[in-house]
Design a protein around this ligand. Structure first.
Ligand code: FAD
Length: 398
């Protein structure tokens, strides 16, 4: 179903489409479509191309270099970028830290860090979760003790996405353990090159290295790297998470993944006929398409009524649950379509320069690995079980 755009929105949609045709490198779009792994350079290239067009910092206010998009423009961009198999923007610097610095950072922090986020000089990662503090994030223990003009940081973060690429990490640290746990947390910017920072990769189900453990042993961090006030970090973290969850429905990506699934279902055969014509498979395909269509409408409704392009807590929790369920169901169907090639795959076949023999048709490795990789969707950004709790509390006013 095509949405009804105003003339202005329609011309914006065309402009986005033209940009994607002209500027999104085919090599990168092919990797996204086939679920091959993007390198750091691929991601940086895409960020740079967007920044040249003025669209990378799309959630920043105009006075900080944002394009001043309306909610509808954000949705149009996300939908078109998804359909064109553009990579998802890596959000840590531009969509998480950026808005926090703009609202709570010092003038020096803004002047120094914002341009470097925009032009890709600094790659940021997010140091929130710890081994004992995921769902119960406020229980975090990594400690920052004041010592003159420095904080001395000790502790461990985990699940740090793309920490291996990062120049800097923004961390929630404990600066007071004598008060209610939310009241003793601060928001600190730490240079990954500081002595005492150690990164250990974690291998994921699909064979990829996407997340890491990060250890801090007596890491000295200048007090100037504290964002806002000491012990107010929980407020800034909640503000950041509202941005983290705003694009979480992933409608554009799911639409593209569904398109690709349909192509696979027309290439794969069951009893001599395309799988897409098998009644059982076709019914599951139809159901997912209807669910996605409903999701698209709900996403529009929620974002339009919130006005600011950021969904309220309970609604964004709902979008996260449905969005990730749909995406996981698509990967599950794609895997089903592969039959015997659904499980075995050569992990290296997803990296550039692979010269070996893939298992099954050329797209099989990506489909199988994607199924495993996307299990993460219902865990990160706050697990789906915890999102259900958020909805319950908000709607029952508990
Ligand atoms: C691939 C991946 C990337 C990530 N990237 C980052 C990152 O870059 N930076 C970062 O800081 N973090 C990151 N995370 C961490 C992520 O936010 C946490 O994994 C998530 O919040 C869940 O916490 P946990 O893993 O500690 O699980 P736990 O909190 O231990 O939960 C375990 C299980 O118990 C359930 N559970 C917990 N509490 C409740 C409850 N109250 N009610 C019902 N069920 C409950 C959960 O739903 C889950 O099923 C990432 C995680 C993954 C998997």
């Amino acid at each position: 179903m095509d949405m009804h755009y105003t003339a202005h929105e329609e011309s914006f949609r065309k402009e986005v489409r033209r940009f994607l045709i002209e500027r999104l490198p085919k090599r990168i779009a092919d990797k996204v479509r086939l679920h091959h792994r993007l390198t750091k350079a691929d991601i940086q290239e895409w960020h740079r191309l967007l920044n040249e067009r003025g669209w990378f910092t799309s959630h920043w206010p105009v006075e900080y270099g944002g394009p001043g998009w309306t909610t509808a423009q954000h949705i149009i961009f996300e939908a078109e970028a998804g359909l064109a198999y553009a990579p998802r923007i890596v959000p840590f610097g531009v969509e998480m830290l950026g808005p926090v610095l703009i609202k709570f950072g010092s003038e020096d922090q803004k002047r120094h860090f914002l341009p470097r986020i925009a032009d890709g000089t600094d790659w940021w990662c997010q140091g929130f979760s710890e081994p004992g503090a995921g769902s119960d994030l406020a229980g975090l223990k990594t400690a920052a003790m004041r010592d003159g003009e420095y904080y001395v940081v000790n502790g461990q973060k985990t699940w740090t996405t793309f920490g291996q690429h990062a120049d800097w990490i923004f961390c929630l640290v404990r600066t007071d353990s004598a008060v209610k746990k939310q009241m003793g947390i601060s928001f600190l910017l730490i240079d990954m090159k500081s002595p005492g920072v150690e990164l250990r990769p974690i291998k994921l189900l699909d064979g990829s290295y996407e997340v890491n453990e990060i250890f801090f042993a007596n890491v000295r961090v200048p007090v100037a790297n504290l964002v806002g006030e000491e012990n107010k970090g929980w407020t800034y973290a909640k503000y950041l998470l509202s941005y983290e969850r705003s694009g979480i429905a992933g409608v554009g990506q799911s639409t593209a993944a569904l398109n690709w699934l349909k192509q696979i279902a027309s290439m794969e055969c069951k009893r001599g006929r395309p799988l897409a014509e098998d009644p059982y498979f076709a019914a599951r395909l139809a159901k997912i398409e209807i669910d996605l269509e409903n999701m698209r409408t709900t996403n529009l409704r929620v974002l339009a009524s919130s006005g600011a392009g950021v969904a309220p807590l309970a609604e964004s929790a709902m979008l996260k649950i449905r969005g990730t369920e749909i995406r996981q169901e698509i990967t599950s169907l794609a895997r089903r379509a592969l039959g015997p090639y659904a499980a075995p795959f050569v992990s290296e076949a997803l990296d550039e320069g692979f010269r070996g023999t893939p298992v099954g048709p050329d797209y099989a490795a990506g489909v199988a690995a994607d199924y495993f990789n996307q299990r993460k969707l219902s865990i990160f950004g706050g697990s789906n079980e915890v999102q259900r709790e958020i909805i319950t509390k908000a709607t029952l006013e508990l």
